[in-house]
Design a protein around this ligand. Structure first.
Ligand code: NI
Ligand code: MN
Length: 229
């Protein structure tokens, strides 16, 4: 698989069978590279309704080729905005399609739609690719102990973890999250997009060095890719 960081919490994954997945489709974020792939994607996943995650979903999901996967309340919102192919699901369940499995897991955060109404619960996703590789996108979240269950049940090789602090986990909490999830690789996200997201990779690595379990930290600058076979 090839995983490309588009800045903030936005990632593109190309699966072993060539399916294109976009997570938290804010492709117009301030960190975004110039050569963002604007699709069409096979799948767009949305962790919660805040503008920095819902992002450019409506623009990118105009064709029914693209399945948008989100919690029920966001799906209803997207359908009302004319998105043709939105799949609603909820936490704990999995949606299977074309040899891929999308499992919605909990996140500790809030979620409101652009009009201020309830956007359902925030979530993370575990994506199981055709070859069994698993990627966990934690969404926006604080640290919670049930991350241990996510680690035990799904054993993700790669975890995408927020480290920016203020609205999400900071570096210290993110280092502890790695102890619960135990991914082989961790990729920090949701930091330095705005001045208030102060967490740094250096702090994250420093806190991690004090812990028992040491995943490999992969730092992607926007536009860079990580390839895993
Ligand atoms: Ni948020
Ligand atoms: Mn956010």
């Amino acid at each position: 698989m090839e995983l490309t960081f588009y800045g903030h919490s936005c990632f593109k994954i190309v699966s072993p069978q060539g399916k294109k997945i976009l997570i938290d489709p804010w492709v117009s974020n301030p960190q975004a590279p110039k050569n963002v792939d604007l699709g069409p994607y096979d799948y767009i996943l949305i962790t919660h309704a805040h503008g920095d995650h819902l992002g450019d979903a409506i623009k990118l999901a105009r064709t029914s080729v693209t399945q948008v996967i989100a919690i029920h309340e966001i799906q209803q919102y997207l359908l009302s905005k004319g998105v043709p192919n939105a799949i609603g699901m909820n936490i704990g369940g999995s949606y299977r399609s074309n040899g891929l499995t999308f499992t919605m897991v909990m996140a500790l955060h809030s979620s409101s739609l652009p009009d201020g109404s309830y956007g359902g619960e925030p979530c993370g996703f575990v994506i199981t690719l055709e070859n069994g590789l698993r990627v966990y996108h934690a969404g926006d979240t604080g640290l919670f102990y049930d991350m241990k269950l996510i680690g035990e049940l799904y054993q993700p090789e790669v975890a995408l973890i927020p480290i920016g602090d203020h609205y999400v986990m900071g570096p210290r909490e993110a280092a502890k999250a790695c102890q619960l999830i135990k991914p082989k690789f961790v990729i920090p996200m949701h930091y330095q997009t705005f001045p208030i997201l102060t967490g740094t990779v250096e702090e994250f690595k420093a806190f991690l060095s004090e812990e028992d379990y040491q995943p490999e930290v992969i730092v992607l600058r926007p536009g860079e890719s990580f390839i895993l076979k």
